[in-house]
Design a protein around this ligand. Structure first.
Ligand code: GRF
Length: 186
């Protein structure tokens, strides 16, 4: 299965996916990293992993439709079958949703449907929620609203924000490659 990973930041989830591919735990090829932040750490990670990256600056385009059209052409050229969002901080628009119907997934650091949107960990802590966690879900036009594929949670009690964040990343780095492997082999 040929995939593209979309990321805007550190890319630790990209790394976990690339490592799982390398280790033979995830039967996929990461054909491309797509980023809206050309300076993001994920670009360095891609280079080290030998994965091509495709950067664009959204403000240089008149609309989401135009930059998504460009991304779509690149994905088609590389015969990408699935789009994997990993810390990509933009909503996906109709151009990509239609081109990759039911083949776009995202990972979100909360137990959805609780705490969609930005700073889900901060939201979880501020609300005094009993559990924190991670959700992998299909992407639709909403913000973190698509059908849930897998989820893992743990009690917040006794952990400060940093500890919650660390635990969430640990879970993500296992859960995302494992969930992708299940999706691709079904
Ligand atoms: C992760 O916590 C993910 O759940 C969220 O953004 C973060 C990305 O982290 N959507 P990284 O860039 O993969 O390290």
């Amino acid at each position: 299965t040929r995939i593209a990973v979309f990321a805007s930041g550190n890319g630790s989830n990209f790394q976990a996916i690339a490592d799982a591919v390398q280790a033979g735990e995830l039967q996929a090829e990461v054909a491309l990293v797509v980023t809206d932040k050309p300076q993001a750490v994920v670009v360095e990670r891609a280079k080290k992993a030998g994965v091509e990256s495709f950067s664009f600056i959204p403000s240089e385009f008149d609309s989401k439709q135009l930059y998504e059209q460009m991304i779509k052409e690149k994905l088609e050229e590389l015969e990408v079958e699935w789009v994997v969002l990993a810390g990509y901080m933009r909503l996906i628009g109709p151009v990509l949703l239609e081109a990759f119907e039911n083949r776009i997934v995202n990972i979100h650091p909360s137990v959805l449907p609780a705490f969609p949107g930005k700073d889900a960990i901060g939201q979880t802590m501020a609300a005094g929620a009993e559990n924190a966690g991670v959700t992998v879900h299909f992407v639709d036009a909403g913000m973190d609203t698509g059908k849930i594929i897998s989820q893992e949670s743990f009690p917040v009690a006794g952990r400060d924000r940093a500890a919650v964040e660390q635990k969430i990343h640990e879970i993500e780095h296992q859960l995302y490659p494992a969930t992708l492997q299940q999706l691709f082999s079904r």
